[in-house]
Structure formats: structure tokens, C-alpha cells
Write a protein of this length. Structure first.
Length: 486
């Protein structure tokens, strides 16, 4: 989910040691698959079970643009200065028709959004307070920070991993709260070894198990992933699924970002992309809702119009804004077919698109860099003040807020919502908004030449570019609460 070579963004790839934690039973739909090196079609066998170890590329999905200002820029400010759009919370709320829900008292009250990030941010509580005061948002009823997988090392502004995760944490917290201002927030920070410079899914799984064992939340937001081809085999994936299986049992919804590199994704070396379509995990897990990216559009009167698939790859102004060059750079929502998981039953109705594989994403929300969101942060190692962030790390906490609203309406957590999403889409429910324009084909320069990885095109109904589409929350929230809550 990282964009290699990002110049103006505080994003850093984190090496990931995949170690089998505990044996679990057979996983329906899980098949064996080898791993290939970046840009190749070769496959390796790998050893099953506890011997399935690999260093796997994973990272925060945030793309933080390094144009800090003393005040939050308006859309007009960004368009004048950078020739790209940026949005404030009120515009995000308007795009998803949230004020109609707020007017009825649906704010996420009683629900708890769990945000899982390595390291966290040392300034997040103060930063959220400034963010809320600036935009007239109430403070969350409760905002707790826990470190159940071990004490996080002291923040080091010279550690690019820590700086990147601080940016991720800022975006996650501020925009989950934007959508569900009445929900409780629980930030779960996991430790990262300073000496080795790696973070691990084992610690993430341990932390999430703690949350689930103690019934601390209703929806878990994960804005990170690893390219499936960097995992050694199905046994390694199986051994890391325990938290998702427990969440399914306890009716807790789990979300994961679908990635920011379109149909391509980052290789094990953390700097190159695959030269063929790939996808990532855990968004590809059948027990997880994969969240892709859209680009919002507003008319001259400021009213939202039809969204499109997020793809800034070929937009020179956006490449200059985000990357400091004219590109092309792979800036697009992830999507594709899993090599590890066969088609889950809830996708049987879209078998004409996914074939016999698990397809992602399931649904999409705002993620475009030409349409980034204003965030406020003061952690050291990056410019303090107001800056813009984008990526499916924006989309995921936004949708976590939507789920929290539905949890309030239902009166309880909803668990795995994917069956309901596909049923609502098949019924053409008014809460599902089709995304029928755009694709996630990307191009980039690598090895001295320009490569294009063909992606998938949006269409009415389900696509591997946008999932079932996006949402009109005024209708979607009660629809989801009713269908998934029974």
C-alpha cells in the first residue's frame, strides 16, 4: 500500500515478519499459492505451518502531502495553489448525505470504532482537539489509547516508520470521528522494533485478539496491508487469521484498505511494483470488508455529483502535488482477485466478474489525492499544521464511521457485513451508489522503462475497481442496520 519514491509524503514501508502464531483449523476457501518476486511470474513453494516465515512488505496506506499550512485550506485554496481539490469535513459529510442522519440523532452514539496502527502518534489527542474545534465537531465521548501487544518505543522523529504511522494515525482518527462524531474511539497502538526497523502482523493479531477478548469495540479499521505475493503460502495466511475468525464469531466488523497502487502493488524489496495485476491481504480475506477508493466530485453549487474510481496516475497536477514530478505514478485504488481465497458464497451473484476467486474491494469511499482531505498534526518529523492526506487509508476510517452509525441504529455490532453489501447491491437498494466510470490501470517507470499494469474498469453493479460502489448514508445506514442486524 506504499507508494515507492514518494517525495512529499511522510510514508515509509515497514518490513513485516510473518510468523505463524497458532495453528487454526482448516479454512474454507483457502488454497495454496506460492510467492513470486516483484515483477516476475515465478512461484516458490514455502514450508507450511510454523516454518512459513517471510519478510513481507506492509505499510500505512496514507499518502500525506507535505504542504503544511497554518490554517485548513479550502477547495478553492488548493485548486489555486496546487491545481487539485481538497476537502474539509463538512464536504465529506455532505458527499455521503450524513447531515440527514445527524438530524435524527444518528451519530454513532454507543458504538466504538477500533483503529489499529503501529506506533500511533504522540500528539493525536491534542491534534484531534484542534481539528474538532476548527470544524465545530464535538469531542468523542471517549477516546482511549491502549498498547496490548507491548509498550511502544519512545517516538523518534528521525524514524521514518514512526513518522509515517503518525500520519496514518492522524488521518484514521480524525476522519473516523468526522463521519461518526458520537462514537467512541479506541486507538490500538502496536510496538515496532526500532533496532530491526520492522513491524509485524503477529503483534497486530495479538492486539486485535485482546480487543476482541475484552469486547472493547464494534468495528475495527485497518489501513494497512501486504501484497499477497509477498506472503510465502496459504499456511502463513491461515496462521494469521485468528483475530478475524474471532471477530466473525463475536459479531465485530473488520475493515481493511484495498491499497493505493491500483492493479499493481509493492514488491518485497519495498521499492518496485509487480508488473502484473496483484492484490493484497487482509482486505482479500473473506472475513474482512475490503475498502477501495473513489474520487468525489462537486458541481459549481457545491453539491455532490457522481463519484468515479480513484485514479490519479495520469494526472500531472496531482503527480506534481503528491510526488513532486509529472509521473506517471501509480496512485489509484487497489482491486483484483485473490490468489489465496476462492470465491466466498456472498460473491456468488458476481461470479461473472470474480470467477472462482475472492474479489476485492467490496465497497469504496473517498481516497483521491485530487480530492484529498485536510488533516491537522503536530508530531515531530513532518511539517506541523494543516496538510492534505489521501489514499484508501482515508476511505477505510470513513467507512468505519458509516458502520458505527449503522451499529447505533441496529443497537448492536453487525459483524461480517459483506453478505448484506452484496444483497443490497443485487436489490438496487437506494443506499448503494453505483460507480460506473473509471479504472485502476496504472503506469510507472521501473528498470529504465515505463510499464503499464492493466487494471479493472468500473461498471454498473460490482467491479474489481470499486466493489459494489459507494454509499448514500442517509439510506445505506438504516438498510445495513436492518439487513445485517437480523
Amino acid at each position: 500500500m506504499r507508494v515507492p519514491g514518494l517525495i512529499a509524503a511522510a510514508v515509509a514501508a515497514c518490513g513485516l515478519t510473518v510468523a505463524a502464531l497458532a495453528a487454526v483449523g482448516p479454512v474454507p476457501g483457502l488454497v495454496s499459492a506460492g510467492s513470486g518476486s516483484a515483477g516476475s511470474g515465478s512461484a516458490g513453494s514455502g514450508s507450511p505451518g510454523l516454518s512459513a516465515l517471510a519478510s513481507v512488505t506492509a505499510s500505512p496506506g496514507v499518502i500525506r502531502i507535505g504542504h503544511a499550512q497554518s490554517g485548513p485550506p479550502s477547495t478553492a485554496d488548493c485548486e489555486k495553489s496546487y491545481k487539485v481539490a481538497c476537502y474539509e469535513p463538512g464536504q465529506i459529510e455532505q458527499a455521503y448525505h450524513l447531515p440527514a442522519l445527524y438530524a435524527r440523532g444518528v451519530t454513532g452514539k454507543g458504538a466504538t470504532i477500533v483503529i489499529v496502527d503501529s506506533y500511533g502518534s504522540p500528539t493525536i489527542k491534542g491534534d484531534l482537539s484542534v481539528f474538532d474545534h476548527t470544524f465545530g465537531l464535538p469531542a468523542p465521548p471517549s477516546f482511549r489509547i491502549i498498547q496490548p501487544a507491548g509498550k511502544v518505543p519512545p517516538y523518534n522523529p528521525n524514524n521514518s516508520d514512526m513518522v509515517g504511522w503518525a500520519g496514518e494515525t492522524t488521518l484514521d482518527v480524525e476522519y473516523a470521528h468526522t463521519v461518526a462524531p458520537g462514537a467512541n474511539l479506541l486507538l490500538v497502538e502496536t510496538p515496532v522494533s526500532e533496532t530491526e526497523g520492522v513491524h509485524g502482523f503477529p503483534q497486530i493479531v495479538q492486539a486485535e485478539r485482546y480487543v476482541l477478548d475484552h469486547h472493547l469495540g464494534d468495528v475495527i479499521s485497518q489501513s494497512f496491508s501486504a501484497t499477497e505475493q509477498t506472503l510465502p503460502n496459504s499456511s502463513a495466511v491461515q496462521a494469521l487469521r485468528g483475530a478475524y475468525q474471532l471477530a466473525d464469531k463475536d459479531k465485530v466488523t473488520v475493515l481493511a484498505a484495498a491499497g493505493d497502487s491500483g492493479a499493481a502493488d509493492v514488491g518485497l524489496d519495498e521499492t518496485t511494483y509487480y508488473l502484473r495485476p496483484v492484490t493484497s491481504w487482509p482486505d482479500s480475506d473473506p472475513l474482512v470488508t475490503g475498502v477501495g477508493g473513489t474520487q468525489l466530485h462537486f458541481n459549481s453549487a457545491g453539491q455532490p455529483t457522481a463519484p468515479t474510481v480513484w485514479n490519479d496516475t495520469y494526472n500531472k497536477a496531482t503527480d506534481e502535488f503528491a510526488e513532486g514530478g509529472t509521473g506517471p505514478n501509480p496512485l489509484a485504488g487497489g482491486g483484483g482477485k485473490s490468489i489465496f481465497f476462492t470465491r466466498p458464497s456472498y460473491q456468488n451473484g458476481v461470479r461473472n466478474v470474480v470467477g472462482d476467486r475472492r474479489g476485492v474491494p467490496d465497497i469504496s469511499m473517498s481516497a483521491a489525492c485530487n480530492g484529498s482531505v485536510d488533516t491537522y498534526s503536530t508530531y515531530r518529523g513532518a511539517p506541523a499544521g494543516w496538510s492534505q492526506s489521501c489514499g484508501t487509508s482515508e476511505a477505510t476510517p470513513l467507512f468505519a464511521g458509516i458502520v458505527a452509525l449503522a451499529d447505533q441504529v441496529a443497537g448492536h455490532s453487525l459483524g461480517l457485513i459483506n453478505p448484506a453489501l452484496y444483497q443490497l447491491s443485487a436489490r438496487h437498494a437506494p443506499g448503494i451508489v453505483d460507480v460506473t466510470s473509471g479504472n485502476n490501470t496504472v503506469s510507472f517507470k521501473q528498470g529504465g522503462r515505463e510499464h503499464t499494469v492493466p487494471g479493472f474498469t468500473a461498471r454498473s453493479g460490482y467491479s474489481l475497481a470499486a466493489g459494489v460502489g459507494t454509499v448514500n448514508a442517509e439510506y445505506f445506514v438504516p438498510e445495513l442496520a436492518f439487513l445485517a442486524g437480523h
